[in-house]
Ligand binder design. Structure first.
Ligand code: 2M8
Length: 413
């Protein structure tokens, strides 16, 4: 452990160094573009010392919004050979070169927090952004719901938890034998033992090829895409976004037709992800109906979505007591747990913050504080890494990472 003597300054400097003029990259080298949910978290960090810059981060993200309302998961503002797959592989036609999938829609929620902080200019900027946030939400409600009202991810990158064990069975059923040759770049920046495997990457790229061939036509992809999983990340974040959009619309006197109905649908969808046998919120393959049997850190986003669960609270208590650096992205008691390999075990500070927001909102203040303190100790002790080993705390992945810096500034520090 290496105590960081002035983490506030370090965190601010990371955001400033990763700023590319209107948008922030997650980390130098590994991720040289604007990522959707990274930006929403990063904006909260900027809000602690530069409110205008916080708004700009979100406003830039929405300059990449497609005509149909979709907000891509990556905006390729300029070409960079250090990342694969780049814009030429995705083949999209939005206003800014981009990927063809989304990420968990947390922008509405984080923008609400910035708006509440900005008493001087917040209303005007929120009024300008609201129709865009609303249009993205409409797109998700139109294309991503399953028959129960849960929200589906159509690519492992869409839920943001790339190689989570949640997808293993669905990925194993996929044929990627004709993916062709390609060259990964991620493993030239960080340790390949900590990254998704080739088996997974072949399928990530195959899914991009399928989407591109369908010209990202969502109607066609409903039947063509072999990967469609109702998942706690997408479902809980969309439900929370709908609640926040409703509050914003009420306070600013903006039209909100449909949002209350959306909330009802999404609440039913969220409840449908409860796996009684497992005793946790879980993912469900929308093609087969099979539950994945995974307790992940996304399972604990229930409170973030305003969904109460005594059983999840019991589970969280046990995790806080037994795992040295919680919340692990996969339950250490389960056989597939891997303390280093990306979304199959490690702890992610920004997920902790979102879990903490939910706990706090639903009155579980003691647990929220405990989690905040543990996350703060993790960052001040081990630095601003992309993610951490939940057993030893050791840092992994990219260094000087924007969302870890933002979590420190907004919540954990
Ligand atoms: C990771 O995902 C990207 C693809 O989107 C990758 O591995 O290439 C995930 O951790 C994702 O959640 C995150 O937004 C992104 C950038 O930090 O990296």
């Amino acid at each position: 452990m290496n105590q960081h003597t002035n983490p506030d300054r370090e965190a601010r400097n990371i955001l400033i160094a990763n700023d590319r003029g209107g948008y922030t990259i997650p980390t130098e080298g590994l991720y040289p573009y604007q990522w959707n949910w990274d930006s929403a978290i990063t904006a909260l960090g900027f809000a602690q010392f530069d409110l205008d810059r916080a708004w700009v981060e979100i406003e830039t993200l929405f300059t990449g919004q497609w005509d149909n309302g979709m907000v891509p998961h990556i905006l390729f503002h300029q070409q960079d050979e250090g990342y694969f797959p780049g814009p030429d592989v995705w083949g999209c036609n939005g206003p800014i070169p981009s990927s063809g999938i989304i990420q968990p829609p947390i922008a509405a929620t984080m923008t609400r927090k910035i708006w509440e902080q900005d008493t001087a200019f917040g209303d005007a900027r929120m009024k300008a952004l609201f129709p865009k946030l609303r249009a993205w939400h409409r797109w998700i409600m139109k294309w991503r719901l399953d028959e129960f009202g849960a929200v589906c991810t159509t690519h492992p990158w869409e839920a943001g938890r790339d190689n989570a064990p949640d997808w293993d069975n669905s990925m194993a059923r996929m044929d990627a034998s004709d993916v062709g040759e390609y060259k990964r770049r991620d493993t030239s920046h960080v340790n390949s033992e900590d990254r998704p495997t080739k088996f997974d990457y072949d399928r990530y790229i195959r899914l991009v090829q399928i989407g591109r061939k369908a010209a990202w036509d969502q109607q066609k992809l409903l039947s063509l895409n072999p990967f469609r999983i109702a998942d706690p990340t997408m479902t809980f974040t969309t439900l929370r976004a709908a609640r926040d959009l409703l509050v914003i619309s009420e306070q600013l006197g903006l039209a909100a037709e449909g949002l209350s109905t959306d909330i009802e649908k999404l609440e039913a969808g969220a409840r449908s992800l409860w796996n009684e046998e497992l005793g946790s919120f879980d993912a469900r393959d929308a093609h087969t109906g099979e539950m994945s049997g995974s307790v992940s850190n996304a399972s604990y986003l229930c409170w973030y979505a305003g969904v109460e669960s005594d059983k999840m609270l019991e589970r969280l208590k046990a995790t806080l007591e037994t795992v040295p650096y919680p919340v692990p992205s996969y339950d250490p008691e389960m056989p597939k747990f891997d303390a280093r390999r990306y979304w199959r075990g490690p702890t992610w500070a920004f997920m902790n913050m979102m879990i903490g927001f939910g706990l706090q909102d639903l009155g579980h203040t003691e647990h929220a504080n405990q989690l905040r303190k543990k996350t703060g100790d993790l960052i001040s002790g081990f630095g601003f890494a992309e993610y951490f080993d939940p057993i030893t705390g050791s840092p992994a992945g990219g260094k000087a990472f924007s969302w870890t810096a933002a979590v420190w500034l907004h919540w954990a520090g």
